[in-house]
Ligand binder design. Structure first.
Ligand SMILES: O=P(O)(O)OC[C@H]1O[C@H](OP(=O)(O)OP(=O)(O)O)[C@H](O)[C@@H]1O
Ligand SMILES: O=c1cc[nH]c(=O)[nH]1
Ligand SMILES: [Mg+2]
Length: 225
């Protein structure tokens, strides 16, 4: 299993996840390669969630030649993936390769960067569009966003998800790169969530960007800068 406990979070340590993230970090990685890298990373993370956090059950199978016993992953029909627009879109595309029958929700949540970071190290978050499927107590919910910086966006998203739904069976927050302060903030606000990330970086700069990070994931994937 390639998931290790690390403080407030669980690190996804699959070698291909680290390789893919390293390519994403590289400033020379241009838009198409960046977007494809996020898709690939989402797929790897999805497989790792299945391997590390989901159960299997034995089932009887009749092959063309004989009866045998096989193993199936339990709960694949009870997965909900929430796409935090916009940077999570390619990341979620990859996750869907691991969870093709997932119910999907979208939440458009953005940091008001013009307002700047508050003294407590958070950003005001604007949520301007949400569309969530019904979430039940049997569901595994994965809230995906490649970047978890101050944690302001994720806290606002989780508040919204949990306010309108019963607590799911499992709640995962999945990021590619996280900052320690943001992980602590989300863990304190939503202790029932398991925080999964491929990397925990050193710090945030004065503008609330993760250092070393990979820059602005939305801008690099959508070529808006
Ligand atoms: O932890 P935080 O400090 O809240 O920062 C993380 C958020 O910032 C980025 O989104 P952004 O607001 O840039 O929107 P975008 O996806 O449209 O680029 C990122 O995708 C997260 O949603
Ligand atoms: O480093 C960061 C912080 C927030 N959003 C990003 O895309 N990158
Ligand atoms: Mg952005």
């Amino acid at each position: 299993m390639a998931i290790e406990d690390r403080g407030d979070a669980h690190l996804i340590t699959h070698a291909l996840a680290k390789d893919t993230l390293s390519r994403l970090r590289d400033v020379e990685t241009e838009q198409v390669a960046f977007r494809k890298g996020l898709v690939k990373l989402g797929r790897i993370c999805g497989y790792e969630i299945i391997d590390g956090a989901m159960e299997t059950e034995f089932v009887s199978i009749e092959t063309p030649l004989a009866e045998t016993t096989g193993e199936r992953v339990k709960g694949l029909d009870n997965v909900v993936i929430i796409n935090v627009l916009r940077a999570a879109t390619p990341f979620v595309e990859g996750l869907l390769k691991a969870f093709p029958r997932a119910k999907q929700g979208v939440i458009s949540a953005g940091r008001n960067e013009e307002a700047g970071m508050d003294e407590d190290g958070t950003f005001p978050i604007e949520i301007d569009y949400t569309k969530l499927p019904e979430i039940t107590g049997e569901d595994t919910v994965i809230v995906a966003d490649p970047m978890l910086a101050t944690g302001s966006t994720m806290c606002a998203v989780l508040d919204h998800v949990l306010a309108e739904n019963p607590e799911p069976e499992d709640l995962f927050v999945l990021s590619a790169v996280s900052a320690p302060d943001g992980l602590t903030r989300v863990a304190e606000a939503t202790p029932e969530a398991d925080l999964l990330t491929v990397a925990i970086d050193d710090e945030l700069n004065d503008e609330g960007f993760i250092v070393p990070g990979l820059g602005d994931a939305g801008d690099r994937a959508f070529r808006t800068q």
